[in-house]
Ligand binder design. Structure first.
Ligand SMILES: Cc1cc2nc3c(=O)[nH]c(=O)nc-3n(C[C@H](O)[C@H](O)[C@H](O)COP(=O)(O)OP(=O)(O)OC[C@H]3O[C@@H](n4cnc5c(N)ncnc54)[C@H](O)[C@@H]3O)c2cc1C
Ligand code: FES
Length: 257
């Protein structure tokens, strides 16, 4: 689908938020699903880039992206101006599962551009009925992306920065450890961020009755299961699965992070 850029904002050094309006309404989105974007009309760069949908209007008339500029494709995306057009396909993949019911508690743990799926999850029309405790981590206060939006949608909002400029000094998983040690017990944890963050979470919940679901960001080429460029190994069986088709969100007990 052809999308018009409505707005492009720098939200931190190296990060932009893009609002896009598709020419026909985007189908229903499950937070955690992603789109594949041709960053410009020419065939260079050849491959589309995967991006999580970061918030959307319930009628599908616009959606957002949080873009970390790390290479050529993301630099081009971040240089788009209002009125420019990009070609987008999707949404693809399996998003986060149903959160716990009203009696349970959901913890959301995000780092870097990993905030993206939770922007949509915590917007008023789609936020879970259960109590939500959000943990947001960054190197310093300037990189706590979408903090206002996440804190508005959360029952409890906690931050950690590596330099101590906001919230607790340390990494976000220290904060999770602290809350577990204080006796708080989530029914589920949804996480998106760097692989070391998700491995640390897996360790923290090991032996506890908590379902941990993680969103993986493996490199992708096609986005729909044809190239097998994005596979990850299953824990339970000697085989690999395509992250774009079976994920990007997985139950952490089933895959090697
Ligand atoms: C399902 C999914 C959702 C994603 N959601 C977002 C999002 O919401 N916001 C966002 O900023 N990014 C997201 N990404 C990552 C994003 O797709 C890559 O950063 C982007 O494709 C890099 O393109 P590039 O041309 O700028 O970089 P390239 O020039 O292709 O690469 C630059 C450097 O980044 C590394 N790199 C490339 N792709 C990835 C990747 N997937 N993970 C880690 N390192 C990579 C390369 O190895 C290289 O070192 C997502 C990825 C997936 C698979
Ligand atoms: S990106 Fe091609 S199979 Fe997943």
């Amino acid at each position: 689908m052809n999308c018009k850029v409505l707005e492009n904002r720098t939200i931190a050094r190296g990060f932009n938020h893009l609002s896009l309006a598709p020419d026909k309404p985007l189908g229903p989105i499950i937070p955690g699903q992603f789109v594949m974007i041709r960053v410009r009309e020419s065939m260079d760069p050849l491959l589309r880039r995967p991006m999580s949908v970061a918030g959307f209007k319930p009628d599908g008339s616009s959606f957002g992206l949080v873009i970390q500029r790390i290479g050529r494709g993301t630099e081009i995306l971040a240089s788009l101006a209002a009125g420019d057009r990009v070609d987008v396909i999707g949404p693809f993949g399996a998003g986060f599962p149903e959160p716990p019911g009203a009696a349970g508690e959901l913890w959301i743990v995000a780092g870097g551009s990993g905030v993206a799926p939770f922007v949509g999850m915590l917007q008023p029309a789609t936020r879970p009925v259960c109590r939500t405790r959000v943990f947001l981590g960054a190197r310093n206060s300037g990189f706590l992306l979408c903090a206002d939006h996440l804190s508005d949608g959360a029952d409890v909002f906690l931050t950690a920065t590596e330099d101590g400029s906001a919230g607790v000094k340390g990494v976000v998983t220290d904060l999770v450890e602290r809350e577990l040690a204080n006796g708080y017990a989530p029914a589920m944890i949804f996480a998106c961020g760097p692989a070391p963050m998700m491995r640390a979470l897996e360790k923290s919940v090991s032996g506890r009755d908590v379902r941990l679901c993680v969103s993986l960001e493996n490199r992708m080429a096609c986005g729909f299961g044809a190239c097998l460029g994005c596979v990850t190994k299953l824990k339970t069986e000697q085989r690999y699965v395509a992250v774009c088709r079976k994920g990007p969100v997985f139950d952490a007990s089933t895959i090697q992070i």
